[in-house]
Design a protein around this ligand. Sequence first.
Ligand code: PLP
Length: 324
Amino acid sequence: MNFNGIDFDTYLKNYPDANGYFGKYGGVYVDDDLKKAMEEITEAYFAICKSRKFIAELRRIRAEFQGRPTPISHLERLSNKLGNVQLYAKREDLNHTGAHKLNHCMGEALLAKYMGKTKLIAETGAGQHGVAMATAAAYFGLECDIHMGSVDIKKQAPNVARMKILGANVVEVTHGLATLKEAVDSAFDAYAKDYKNSMYCIGSVVGPHPFPMMVRDFQHVVGEESRDQFVKMTGELPNAIVACVGGGSNAAGFFSGFLNDPVDIYGIEPLGRGTKLGDHAASLQYGSEGIMHGFNSIMLKDENGDPAPVYSVASGLDYPSSGP
Ligand SMILES: Cc1ncc(COP(=O)(O)O)c(C=O)c1O
């Protein structure tokens, strides 16, 4: 299968290319110091992802700590109510900490430990990535700073409490809209000042290479597991698969398990209050090419070409771009 010139049969092996591009999107748009830090992370990642010890350790963590495999549930009553469809849900909510985010957090933290880093830095929107990161830091005995917009801190108070209980330091971000994009800005700044001791563990398939690749790879377990489980459960493939798209981590992981199958794939973006710029965060639907947070992708831009303000009632989906 082929889409936008990308051959899905060899997608996981061939993308991104050596410079971190998926077709024309991706790359490393950061200053020279950070570029060096990214190269070190890339090198370490390629070394450990081929190491049997790392793979065995991640598998053990997934089974013994995370609660993988997560089940697929047949949504029988909802399906009967709708009448003409059978709906199934891949239960990433049953991962320890309540979301798919722990899949890449445990991988990123294990990599940080391998690289001798002592601190994890991350941003969070809904607080799910923050809670997962704080959990990974507690598991590996690392310090942890979570940057979060003040609007989200108020909206997602229970997750803020969980991060603190887990021993993380929650850094309040007050500039701009004080939501997810600003939290990423702030986490990036903090990381740039301390990249020797710390590791920035990005919360989605965004940011400079190698983050989109690493997060996709760590999330691939969702798609792989789902395909196997669904075929065992029903004897066939689903007609269609659906995921929400904020940065795109759950979607990239889930979709990448079905790329060679005759399955329709739907990514759902937040339309918020409507189609007017500033009222939604449907970046792929309404955006155009642009660079932000160290990567080139499709982005919602204001009249100056800067990232536009976005809106969604769902913290964590309100991001003006999506993974390359
Ligand atoms: C539970 C949950 N699902 C999905 C998302 C969207 O992020 P992504 O598109 O990177 O999976 C978030 C973001 O915070 C989340 O908390």
